[in-house]
Design a protein around this ligand. Structure first.
Ligand SMILES: *Cc1c(COP(=O)(O)O)cnc(C)c1O
Length: 380
């Protein structure tokens, strides 16, 4: 079956008791047992809840994986995925990794005894260079944030599997509609469902999907034991988001493409980073591993931070805010906002300069968004 059909039907058959076509919100902490010997599917909602279960099976299907697990946030999902490691293990990841991921690597994993190395670039060779005998995981975010660089998931997976290394991919920026890392050889996919999967800026959530029974078992055990689970309402919101994922992603992409082209020739702009543009350094790779280019774009302004400030405060439709992937367009300064906690040196190393502006393109009319940006750019 096709993606949009799975998103609407699978894991979500009408409720067996009432026939409700929308999966009910099972707002119950516990479930009565028929007898002492009965082994019900659901008995306590930290371990399993029917609304969460519907979400977990739909997430697995959309990523073409065997097992899905839902979490209270994207970072909770990531932390759970990292439980397949143990002290003494080593991770290799890209230099342009999400700020929250960097914090987990440096402030949670490192003190626990797992070190992380950061590549010099998105190239496969750069990942190979940092592999050590104790490397147990390669953590990929492609497209990266905020530079939207692309890493070759298939090539990295081949390289990793020869050495018994697990490949995990944070697929938040594209969603499974545009990229399915498990089909490209990855072992684990992680999402912040807060972003495109929920899609309406009204819920915080995360997900882990894998087809590997052993990895799933470890992460599932951690989910139940540590308990960073989403409540039934939040699961329901993400389920509702998933039903329209295809049409939203297509529209986010079409508008992002329109704006990327319109901005490319603007005199105040030094660079437009969007994987769909021919000028993007990994455009060919993006085209081959992704089914679409997504709704995020980053621009660099010629006049640096003063210009960034004017643009950020000058837009009327684009809201100055963190996050991404919702129906409303957002604008942000990665250097000052999402990566604001890093030192100047850390930011320079990862190429996150102050002249960058990140745009999350929403579902408003493309021409209205273009006018809003052009008006704000005219004030620079
Ligand atoms: C937002 C985000 C996360 C973290 O997700 P939360 O839901 O905020 O915990 C992880 N990875 C990427 C790429 C993100 O954009």
């Amino acid at each position: 079956m096709h993606f949009e059909t799975l998103a609407i039907h699978d894991g979500q058959t009408p409720d067996p008791v009432t026939g409700a076509v929308s999966v009910p919100v099972y707002q119950s902490s516990t479930f009565g047992r028929e007898s002492l010997d009965s082994r019900p599917d659901f008995f306590y909602s930290r371990i399993g809840n029917p609304t969460r279960s519907a979400l977990e099976s739909t997430l697995a299907l959309l990523e073409n994986g065997r097992h899905g697990l839902a979490f209270a946030s994207g970072v909770a999902a990531m932390t759970a995925a990292l439980q397949v490691l143990k002290p003494g293990d080593h991770i290799v990841t890209g230099r342009d990794v999400y700020g929250g991921s960097y914090r987990i690597f440096e402030q949670l994993m490192r003190p626990w005894g797992v070190e992380t190395s950061y590549t010099d670039s998105e190239a496969t060779d750069s990942y190979a260079k940092y592999i050590r005998p104790n490397t147990k995981m390669i953590w990929l975010e492609t497209p990266s944030n905020p530079l939207l660089q692309i890493t070759d998931i298939q090539a990295i997976s081949d390289l990793a599997h020869e050495r018994g290394i697990i490949v995990a991919v944070d697929n938040t920026f594209l969603s499974p509609f545009f990229q399915r890392p498990l089909e490209l050889g990855a072992d684990i996919v992680v999402h912040s469902t807060t972003k495109y999967l929920g899609g309406h800026s009204d819920v915080i959530g995360g997900a882990v999907v894998t087809s590997d029974d052993r990895l799933h078992h470890t992460i599932r055990m951690y989910q139940g034991a540590a308990g960073a689970i989403p409540g039934p309402w939040d699961c329901w919101l993400v389920l509702r988001g998933l039903k329209t994922l295809k049409i939203r992603m297509k529209e986010h992409e079409a508008t992002a493409f329109h704006l990327a082209r319109a901005l490319e020739s603007h005199p105040a702009i030094a660079r437009v980073l969007y994987p769909g543009l021919e000028s993007h350094p990994q455009h060919k790779l993006a085209k081959s591993q992704m089914k679409g280019f997504g709704g995020m774009l980053t621009i660099a302004l010629k006049d640096g931070l003063p210009a960034v400030q004017k643009l950020l405060e000058g837009t009327k439709l684009f809201v100055l805010a963190d996050s991404l992937g919702g129906v409303e367009s957002l604008i942000s300064s990665p250097a000052k906002m999402t990566l604001g906690a890093l030192s100047e040196q850390e930011r320079q190393l990862r190429g996150c300069t102050e002249d960058l502006v990140r745009l999350s393109i929403g579902l408003e009319n493309a021409e209205d968004l273009e006018t809003d940006l052009m008006n704000a750019l005219a004030t620079i």
